[in-house]
Design a protein around this ligand. Sequence first.
Ligand code: MF3
Ligand code: CO
Ligand code: CO
Length: 292
Amino acid sequence: MAGQISPGTLSPPRQVPKGIDKPSYWRTGQPKQPRRVQLQKSPGQIRRMRRACDAAAAVLDRVGAAVRPGITTDELDEICHDATIELGGYPSPLNYNGYPKSLCTSVNEVICHGIPDDRALEDGDIVNLDVTVYLAGMHGDTSKTYPVGDIDAESARLVRVTYECMWAGIRTVHPGGDIADIGRAIQTHAEAHGFGVVRDFVGHGIGEQFHTKPSVVHYYDPSASFEILPGMTFTIEPMITVGDWHAEVWDDGWTAVTVDGRRTAQFEHTVLVTDTGVEVLTLGPGEIPPDS
Ligand code: MF3
Ligand code: CO
Ligand code: CO
């Protein structure tokens, strides 16, 4: 079934000034794959993760504040790009595996990786803004779904439950725990509300590389079992659907949409496993974890 979102026109590529430290792929599009990744980060790496994640949260807050009917997703991309550079960072999506923009903007039935274009947001839309900043040699990754003007009750419930799903996943994390428990908590909460959990996209380890082990699946999969250890940093980023959770990707190679054209929402935080539990590194200004 066709949804309402269709491919738009992209603006010319945005430039990143000399003097901004850039990731391996910025020119070639190909991320350099290290032979082995250190999953448990050192205190120095954790300090650098904090800088990248603080910046990502600040940029997301800036871009989110601009959401309103009439603004184009390309204008949101420009705000993201400029705010990232202002903080001394590189917008991680730009040229990552050839991705053409600095932000992902996923509207309504777009699950993730929507490319900013000339489409103006409309009253009643929901839009996920996914910001990743490369700063101090590390990536920090966070996203939120925003209402545009007045949204219908079902969309509001989808956005609220998706946020709760992310936090239900985060709350399971502790040293000695299991990555697979994250997805179990998320799926349980989503399905209790009659919603689906997207399978084709996962959370991920993050640090010097944008995407590393471990994969963080958002549904229950016993084969996703992986021991959680102190110093690990990874994302939790459930995509929840009103209807069918199956995804298809547009011919642009990026834009993932629901097969039934119904709406989907996503929230994402980057977390650090501490000696005693979990710390959310990308908490936004004034964001307080909700009660379970
Ligand atoms: N930020 C996305 C994630 O949560 C990845 C975007 S990759 C891009 O993993 F190339 F589309 F930017
Ligand atoms: Co991510
Ligand atoms: Co992201």
